[in-house]
Ligand binder design. Structure first.
Ligand code: SAM
Ligand code: SF4
Length: 353
């Protein structure tokens, strides 16, 4: 493979398995703190057909030129190596993953990779009306759909142009295609949609969905809005209890960041993802692959390991597995927001949430 350098000081690490210790390959990859990392969030593109105010700034977003993105072939090689290193679950995200050329075939190929057990997707649902059924048939297991408001005008404002009706059609198509359980996500921003939390949670009274409220995070390009607009989950829970009465606490699976509850008599559940007010780093099981081929080790830090250079330098699957195992090993313990350390290199639309 091409010559690489290992650097512990810059956030981008180029790791050369030929020059550095080999990791055992007979067990799933563990990080230096003993966490098993088996969930890879795969960004398929940094582009999007919306421009949500908490995700992208209004101007100045630079998209990666197409040659910089991993091709389908390169992506399949990387995921094959990741599966050998112990990754079992994939989430396709973006940008907007449904903008990826040839998505249905890509999902079919990803599902055939030995070791990959589950493929989910996070999407704004604008293209799901057409794609839900073919994606299900290709092997997609389920979807999370972003919907921050039930008011069409407000939706247009928050997403800078999105059409709420299309999103509803996408949700119904996903439901009809059996992409269950359907999970809906709202990023809550004070003064923007926090007044809708009661109504949004109320959707679970009649539908067996999980509605998740996400604390807005200070990613590059939106840090000011996030810091001013954050509403801690505890405040939302108090507001919901005031309206609906005591919530039934359901708890959460160790690696699921959402703490879940049920409104009295509801068919579905609600969840809270409190990355800022109550971080879940101790049970983190995930890493991210950017569309331009870097492993991003912690959502709220800049550290990355370059896989694209290795792939394009001719690395074998075994070499890539070693690089991925190294990336897992050096994954940081957690984010540094309480100490004032904020990510600076990438926006959320590059990292996929
Ligand atoms: N375009 C798809 C969508 O919106 O569902 C997938 C990509 S989007 C970046 C993934 C998730 O990140 C969405 O649920 C979105 O609401 C969330 N998100 C975006 N910006 C965020 C921020 N600043 N803080 C917290 N979540 C954010
Ligand atoms: Fe696009 Fe999703 Fe970001 Fe909204 S949250 S701008 S839909 S990538």
């Amino acid at each position: 493979m091409a010559a690489n350098q290992l650097s512990g000081t810059t956030p981008i690490i180029f790791y050369d398995p030929a020059r550095h210790p080999r990791y055992a390959t007979d067990t799933p990859a563990l990080d230096q703190y003993g966490r098993r990392i088996d969930y890879l969030r795969v960004s398929l593109t940094d582009r999007c057909n919306m421009r949500c105010v908490y995700c992208m700034p209004a101007v100045g977003v630079q998209f990666a030129p197409r040659p910089e993105l991993l091709t389908n072939e390169e992506l399949l090689l990387v995921i094959t190596a990741a599966a050998r290193a112990g990754f079992r679950k994939l989430r396709l995200t973006g940008g907007e993953p449904t903008l990826r050329h040839d998505l249905v075939n890509l999902v079919r190929e990803l599902k055939r990779i030995p070791g990959i057990e589950h493929i989910a997707m996070t999407t704004n649902a604008l293209r799901l009306r057409k794609l839900a059924q073919p994606l299900r048939e290709a092997g997609l297991d389920r979807v999370n759909i972003s919907i921050d408001t039930l008011d069409p005008l407000k939706f247009r404002m928050i997403t800078r142009g999105g059409n709420l009706e299309e999103v509803w059609a996408g949700i119904e198509a996903a439901d009809a295609a059996g992409l269950h359980p359907i999970k809906l996500n709202a990023v809550v921003v004070r003064g923007m949609n926090d007044d809708e939390v009661v109504r949004l949670a109320g959707l679970t009274l009649e539908r067996p969905w999980e509605f998740r409220f996400i604390e807005v995070m200070p990613l590059t390009g939106v840090a000011g809005l996030a810091e001013e607009g954050i509403v801690a989950s505890a405040e939302l829970i108090a507001r919901l209890e005031q309206h609906y009465g005591p919530l039934e606490e359901i708890g959460h699976a160790p690696s699921d960041p959402a703490r879940t509850y049920r409104l009295p008599g509801a068919k579905g559940v609600i969840g809270f993802i409190s990355s800022v007010s109550d971080p879940f780093c101790a049970t983190c099981n995930r890493m991210r692959l950017t569309a331009d081929g870097r492993l991003h080790l912690c959502l709220l830090r800049d550290d990355e390991v370059d896989l694209r250079a290795a792939v394009r330098g001719g690395a074998s699957v075994a070499d890539l597995e070693q690089i991925i195992r190294h990336a897992v090993y050096i994954k940081p313990w957690g984010h540094g927001l309480p100490a004032g350390v904020k990510p600076t290199l990438r926006g959320m639309s590059e990292l996929g949430g």
